[in-house]
Design a protein around this ligand. Structure first.
Ligand code: IVH
Length: 675
């Protein structure tokens, strides 16, 4: 960097705050995550070198030390109220009319409408623009001091933008977005830890951590919807205008909040939000309507613990109870056996649910779900419905714990659960018709042979008729065969034939991937293709040779070697080649080309959006990097995904540059295009 142009520490802090504002408030980031990370690292490095004390509101000062016991309590100078609920249009109309009467107003009321967020109420206290404390609602007059944890939430500014009042208490909701919730539970499942039943519990659990570095990893978010104590600032005429001030100060406000006029508009808003609900990236459980004008709020006043000027009109629950009729198992492409609860049909959040995943045998055991049980089922967003918990009091006599079948329910081959793995598998391979269907779905999928128009239903139909035993058989069917299937006309049959014919021209990596070898994703398939250049050379490689391919670990090497020693797989491959599948010769890789990451040490942590660890490792090694297990002073980069843990904290402490999957892919693409 040019020293003359080097920003001061404060300028760097301001730059980062401006990016936070664009990201969390405007929802218009202007730089990529990696660039943002680079700025943060730069600030961290420069702060470490500087002799100036680091201000508490510096963007680097989010994670502090552990608390050693319970949380201290904080008294709310302005009590935190709750809301009255209504559950029907009629009850909402009554609320509206009561307000009209009280305000002596027959004209339409000016209201504010916004989602009711399903998280935890929080009071954030800013003094002269700096966040000084954060407290839960508690009993409304006294809450818990969770400042250290709240400081780790990137969406909450440590310092307000622009002119800040003497005292500003922002009230709002801390919540966990679906993506963060799923990543957290996936990580918990993979590590044999307890999962959270819903994002609300996960948010609450995350805030009650004694170690703020744990909260920091949980990706909590915040929306403001009210205020507590104020000094040195006057409220504007309306709540909507006040929220606008929040935005200017850099405090996130839900973009779905809007002023509306009258009863009909309120009902329309409720209906529309109900439709959008399943698509939102976070849980909501109703709409909150408030009088928009502060003078009218004052006139309406309060009853006991809730204001008369606001109401929560709740949506029907997304958690319902129903009865488990049976627990079946489903067989996946690689034989993985997943227990599934067959449910008495129940409508959950507008969708009829008849199945819910139970993940694996350990999960069934942990929740102790049995056929005959009454269970809570939940749906959130577009997540697969799942069984939350059993209503034990309602368990009928004579229920039996679930036992994983010892034979595959489809092909009767033995079910094997390797020691230390959570997943049980059918050992039938392609003899198992369930695995066959999944293998062919994989073969036809976008990154494999990309056979347009050959959907899951069609594949099931041809496999169940015993017309197709392997992907090669797809190419033997005639137009008449396809046309004889349900809902297929001559035209659509011809389209499938054409698509199959088009798919015959492919590439070696796609072909290798399409074979469906366990653990071999598209990235590993590319590595193999680049290394061996031809299918024959790959087929000739034994396990030791495979292990020596950069990026292919011993486990994957053994799966690949096994796959190619199975005579049946070779027969299928030959039949595919006979059917006319072909690809252009692989370009020669220039071995003299300098590797972009030569001499660099990279550490991996967390769950990446779409690459397995092996794949990411393979890519890094192909770029010349050495992949190491732990972060130290010698580490050049940390490749971090979701739920990154102590390695991330350590890397940040040491000022190691943190990169993400997108950047790795970019490097890989740049490198590939150099050929
Ligand atoms: S306003 C005096 N607005 O609902 C009114 N509350 O059931 C204060 N909540 O404790 C609350 N979304 O945690 C308000 N848009 C929203 C809300 C909201 C969720 C929560 C809040 C409150 C609870 C009351």
């Amino acid at each position: 960097m040019n020293t003359a142009a080097e920003p001061t520490l404060n300028e760097l802090r301001e730059q980062i705050r401006a990016h936070d504002y664009r990201y969390y408030v405007l929802d218009e980031p202007s730089i990529a995550d990696v660039e943002y990370d680079a700025l943060m690292n730069e600030l961290r490095r420069r702060e470490a070198q500087s002799s100036e004390p680091i201000p508490v509101d510096s963007p680097t000062q989010r994670v502090g030390g552990k608390a050693d016991g319970a949380f201290a309590s904080i008294t709310h100078t302005v009590p935190m109220l709750s809301l009255d609920n209504v559950f029907s249009e009629e009850a909402f109309r009554e609320f509206y009319q009561r307000l009209q009467n009280r305000l002596n107003q027959n004209e339409t009321l000016a209201l504010s409408a916004e989602p009711k967020f399903d998280g935890l109420a929080m009071s954030l206290r800013y003094e002269r623009g700096v966040l000084v404390s954060a407290a839960t609602r508690g009993d409304g007059s006294e809450g818990e001091d969770v400042t250290a944890n709240v400081r780790t939430i990137s969406a909450i500014p440590l310092r307000l933008r622009g002119d800040a009042p003497e005292v500003l208490e922002v009230r709002g909701e801390i919540y966990m977005p679906h993506a963060a919730f799923e990543a957290l539970n996936d990580h918990a499942l993979a590590n044999d830890q307890k999962t959270f039943a819903n994002p609300r519990n996960a948010a609450a659990g995350s805030l009650r951590q004694l170690d703020p570095s744990v909260t920091a990893k949980r990706q909590l978010a915040f929306f403001a919807y009210g205020h507590g104590e104020l000094q040195g600032v006057d409220l504007p005429a309306t709540y909507s205008e006040w929220l606008e001030r929040y935005r200017e100060w850099g405090i996130p406000v839900c973009p779905l909040q809007t002023p509306i006029d009258g009863l009909q508009a309120a009902q329309d808003y409720y209906a529309k939000l109900g439709e959008q609900r399943a698509m939102l990236p976070y849980d909501i459980d109703g709409v909150v309507f408030k009088l928009n004008r502060y003078d009218q709020q004052a006139q309406a006043g309060f009853v006991s613990r809730a204001p008369r000027w606001a109401i929560a009109w709740k949506f029907p629950a997304v958690e319902k109870t129903t009865v488990v009729e049976a627990i079946d198992v489903q067989v996946g492409r690689t034989g993985a056996i997943t227990p599934v609860a067959r449910l008495q049909a129940v409508e959950v959040g507008g969708v009829t649910v008849t199945n819910a995943t139970l993940h694996n045998a350990d999960e069934v055991a942990r929740k102790d779900v049995r056929a005959g049980d009454t269970v809570f089922v939940r749906r959130a967003g577009d997540v697969i419905p799942e069984v939350v918990k059993v209503v034990l009091e309602a368990r009928p006599d004579g229920t039996q714990p679930f036992v994983m079948p010892s034979a595959c329910p489809v092909c009767e081959a033995e079910v094997i659960k390797p020691e230390g793995e959570a997943v049980a598998r059918c050992s039938g391979g392609l003899h198992c018709s369930a695995q066959r269907v999944q293998a062919i779905i994989h073969f036809a999928s976008r990154q494999a042979l990309d056979i347009q128009g050959l959907g899951d239903k069609l594949i099931e139909a041809v496999v169940s008729r015993d017309w197709v035993h392997s992907p090669a058989d797809l190419f033997t069917l005639s137009v008449d065969d396809w046309a004889s299937l349900p809902r297929m006309a001559e035209k659509s049959a011809q389209n499938v034939i054409d698509a199959l014919s088009e798919a015959k021209q492919t590439t070696l990596p796609r072909f290798i991937y399409a074979l469906g070898i366990r653990e071999v994703g598209i990235v590993s398939a590319k590595l193999l293709a680049n290394h061996f250049h031809s299918l024959d050379a790959l087929l000739a490689a034994d396990e030791t040779i495979l292990q020596n391919v950069d990026g292919i670990g011993p486990v994957m090497a053994s799966y690949i070697a096994h796959f190619f020693t199975d005579q049946e797989n070779i027969t299928v491959i030959n039949a595919l080649l006979d059917a006319g599948i072909h690809w252009p010769a692989m370009p020669e890789v220039n071995d003299n080309q300098p590797l972009p990451l030569a001499g660099k040490t990279v550490v991996l942590t967390g769950t990446l959006p779409s690459l397995t660890r092996d794949e990411a490792k393979a890519m890094l090694e192909r770029l010349g990097a050495k992949v190491s297990g732990s972060v130290s002073g010698k580490t050049d980069y940390l490749l971090a995904g979701d739920a990154a843990g102590s390695k991330l904290t350590k890397a940040q402490k040491l000022g190691v540059q943190v990169i993400d999957q997108a950047l790795l892919q970019q490097w890989m693409d740049d490198y590939d295009s150099m050929d």
